[in-house]
Design a protein around this ligand. Structure first.
Ligand code: PMP
Length: 437
């Protein structure tokens, strides 16, 4: 770390909350980016395989987005929803059309947390109940209600909540009685568990909120068919489905534009939340719901920053670029190659339990060789080593033992190969370290 970054770190610790976690022993200060690369304050260049937790959807410093932001900022930045806004209406129209939800309405927020908060508010208002279902190991944000549906307890700092939440099986299998079941038996067991739970709620449940692929949870997806089976049960009980697409949206998983589409037999959700990538780093979140649900709130409301013209201009330019360059198709093709290469390079490394994923959302779960125990130590070591080699990746999963790979969706084949080789090197280093220990 340069003197500058070192002293910035001291100032950070002195003035920001202790729980605002930083990656890396020597925290990184990123100063600029271009394409799939970023630079730190020392002038080191990194291939970015995490895109600021999937916020850089297309590319760093994409000229189309930069231009749109500058032009809008030069015209008017003034924001708040009591006046008509052309960029907001245009982006809402495009997202409504893409959402798959009939008669869709869009409400813009400034983050994924706030989007989920709004979705929970709408669902509970619509159904007249504050009882909700969420998945074990889930992550939905850091507001009071988003924490209240976050099953991953290391991200859920208080058990107090405005919601009454019941957690259902179907996320990561963990080590319990479900761990050894095959996909079919696991699905049947989860559905039976859900039915059993609903027997005890006397019809009071408003909604289930779920990530199609658990993001912070380590890029784990339930078996195909599980969500469709859940859906059938929930529909029978009139319970709404909230699909949290904050990580899975915009074609990141390659085969589908939204994560919910990857679950065969599943129709569009009642509510869909989005954030992260759409603004390419500008703060846009939102919720889509059919009019009947969206308009369930009895009182008036106004948002000052949700849908601000500058962020909407970024979103429009970014979405246009994504679609015109078929980046979802690129995520499928390059992501497919990347996952194959990562599987090939990690074959024979006992520290790797599994390489899994879809499109450009790839998880590598690390274990303590010989024991099969999740190894956050190995993940931390690989993260540091990769950084030294010039590659940024993320981590998550149970105890932080899964490496998370989600580069900007314009990743090239050459960059995928380069990143996989750098990561292979870091994984081998971790393996050797274990062997020597
Ligand atoms: N939902 C999911 C699935 C997420 O991964 C995140 C962020 N990691 C959020 C919601 C919260 O989004 P934000 O950080 O923009 O508040």
């Amino acid at each position: 770390m340069t003197h500058d970054s070192a002293s910035l770190y001291v100032r950070h610790q002195a003035v920001l909350p202790s729980w605002l976690g930083l990656f890396y022993e020597r925290p990184l200060e990123l100063t600029h980016g271009e394409g799939r690369h970023v630079w730190d304050a020392e002038g080191n260049r990194y291939l970015d395989f995490f895109g600021g937790i999937l916020t850089t959807m297309t590319a760093h410093a994409l000229p189309e987005v930069t231009r749109a932001v500058a032009e809008q900022a030069g015209r008017i930045i003034h924001t708040s929803t009591q006046y008509l806004s052309r960029p907001m209406v245009e982006l809402a129209e495009r997202i409504a059309a893409l959402s798959g939800i009939p008669d869709a309405r869009v409400f813009f927020t400034t983050s994924g947390t706030e989007a989920n908060d709004a979705a929970l508010l709408l669902a509970t208002a619509y159904r007249g109940s504050n009882q909700v279902l969420a998945m074990r190991n889930s992550y939905h944000g850091r507001s009071f209600s988003a924490i209240g549906v976050t099953g991953n307890t290391s991200w859920s700092p208080t058990s107090l909540s405005p919601l009454q939440t019941l957690y259902v099986h179907g996320g990561v299998r963990g080590r319990g009685p479900f761990a050894e079941l095959d996909d079919g038996a696991y699905t049947a067991a989860c559905v039976a568990d859900l039915e059993d739970m609903l027997q005890q709620t006397a019809g009071g449940v408003a909604a289930l909120i779920a990530e199609p692929v658990q993001g912070v949870g380590g890029f784990t997806a339930p078996p195909d068919g599980l969500y469709a089976a859940f859906r059938e049960v929930l529909t029978r009980h009139g319970i709404l489905w909230i699909s949290d697409e904050v990580q899975t949206g915009w074609g990141r998983t390659g085969d589908h534009f939204w994560g919910w589409q990857a679950h065969a037999g599943n129709g569009p959700p009642d509510l869909l939340t989005f954030a992260k990538g759409i603004g390419n780093g500008m703060s846009i979140g939102g919720v889509v719901a059919r009019a009947e649900v969206m308009n369930a709130l009895p009182a008036n409301s106004i948002s000052t920053f949700g849908g601000s013209p500058v962020t909407m201009a970024a979103g429009l330019a970014n979405l246009t670029y994504l679609l015109e360059h078929d980046l979802p198709g690129n995520a499928r093709r390059v992501g497919g190659l990347l996952i194959e290469r990562l599987r090939a390079v990690s074959a024979g490394l006992d520290v790797v339990r599994e390489v899994r994923g879809r499109g450009l959302m790839i998880g590598i779960e690390l274990v303590r060789p010989g024991t099969g125990e999740p190894s956050p130590e190995a993940a931390a070591l690989v993260l540091e080593t990769a950084r030294e080699r010039g590659l940024l990746v993320g981590k998550g999963g149970l105890g932080g033992a899964t490496l998370r790979i989600a580069p900007p969706m314009s990743l090239t084949v050459a960059e995928a190969e380069e990143g996989a080789d750098l990561l292979a090197d870091a994984l081998r280093t971790a393996q050797q370290r274990w062997a020597a220990a």
